[in-house]
Design a protein around this ligand. Structure first.
Ligand SMILES: Nc1nc2c(ncn2[C@@H]2O[C@H](COP(=O)(O)OP(=O)(O)OP(=O)(O)O)[C@@H](O)[C@H]2O)c(=O)[nH]1
Ligand SMILES: [Mg+2]
Length: 298
């Protein structure tokens, strides 16, 4: 299966090299597409340099911060245009652990969308504060109840879609940008009758860099859920007519955890984020070593 991992980035130069190294250590047969929004910390230039050293790394550069949802839409269109079979959504900040990737690849063989779920047995958010847990889980319960969705984690952004699913959805009409984007995509995929499965993931706080979360993103999700439900009531669409195809997978065996120093340094490079720009004082030199591509794809 030809697979693309889409990573939207805004100021992730500190995280990206080690994340990509981690991805290729666990799933060397995949490609990576970074969708960068002209990050002031030079993430875009960093990816350019990395792509010159490894043909599996690709990049889309956008002129300014245009939001997570549109970054994914751009990535999905790239995946369709380049004839990938499956496309991942993945954050750059290590909240989405590359160790889970093999389980997604195995699950997508019998599914149309695999969602990494924090709210099924084996999943979790171990280092979150009580307050953050409350906000996230109540947001999920709200979306699930109002939209009558079977999915336990409909705001989760660690996912793998079959590209046929993405082709079946009119991507140009997807409106949401933040957490609502994940809810909207889940709703659309289920309503088209595709098979959605959840696999447990452990979601940890970002390692480095700053959050781009804002109050408006939460408000957008709230408004999307209410307006979608209202529209479905007004259009007379009843739950009885919909039979969603959804499964929850048991915790899979995880591959052995590889620490940074265990990743094989078959390919070395040293890149300075934002080399051609005036560098902010907190910029660090990023080094990376990327495991090799296997001789043949899955
Ligand atoms: N291209 C692009 N990427 C973005 C944008 N906003 C956020 N991102 C990226 O989307 C991913 C998720 O953003 P985060 O800031 O981690 O959001 P979050 O996970 O809800 O918040 P934290 O818990 O604080 O990490 C990261 O890889 C960001 O760099 C954007 O406007 N454009
Ligand atoms: Mg994050």
């Amino acid at each position: 299966m030809k697979t693309l991992i889409i990573i939207p980035t805004y100021n992730e130069a500190e995280n990206l090299p080690s994340l990509i190294r981690g991805i290729f250590a666990y799933v060397p047969e995949t490609d990576v597409l970074v969708v960068d929004d002209h990050s002031p910390d030079g993430t875009g230039q960093l990816v350019e340099e990395m792509s010159k050293l490894d043909g599996r790394i690709h990049c889309i550069h956008r002129p300014g911060k245009l939001g997570l949802g549109t970054a994914y839409i751009a990535g999905f269109k790239y995946a369709i245009a380049h004839k990938y079979d499956a496309a991942f959504e993945m954050d750059a900040d290590f909240s989405h652990d590359p160790q889970h990737l093999p389980a997604f690849l195995s699950a997508i063989k019998d599914a149309d969308l695999v969602i990494g779920s924090r709210y099924i047995p084996g999943g979790g958010t171990p280092n979150w504060s009580l307050m953050r847990r409350l906000i996230s889980s109540s947001g999920n319960i709200f979306a699930r109840t109002v939209l009558r969705l079977p999915v336990r984690d409909c705001t989760g952004g660690f996912r793998c879609y079959r590209c046929q699913v993405l082709e079946a959805i009119d991507l140009d009409t997807v409106q949401s940008r933040g957490y609502a984007f994940q809810v909207e995509m889940t709703y659309r995929v289920l309503n088209k009758g595709f098979i959605v499965v959840e696999t447990p993931i452990t979601f940890v706080d970002r390692r480095l860099g700053q959050s781009k979360m804002s109050r408006s993103i939460v408000l957008e999700a709230f408004t999307y859920v209410l307006s979608t439900r209202l529209n479905s009531l007004l259009s007379g669409r009843s739950r009885a007519k919909i039979s969603y195809v959804h499964r929850i997978l048991p915790p899979p065996p995880l591959p052995q955890r590889l620490e940074d120093q265990q990743l094989s340094p078959s390919m070395q490079g040293e890149v300075k984020p934002g080399a051609e720009q005036e560098e902010p004082s907190n910029q660090k030199k990023a080094t990376f070593a990327i495991p090799p591509r296997p001789t043949r794809r899955l």
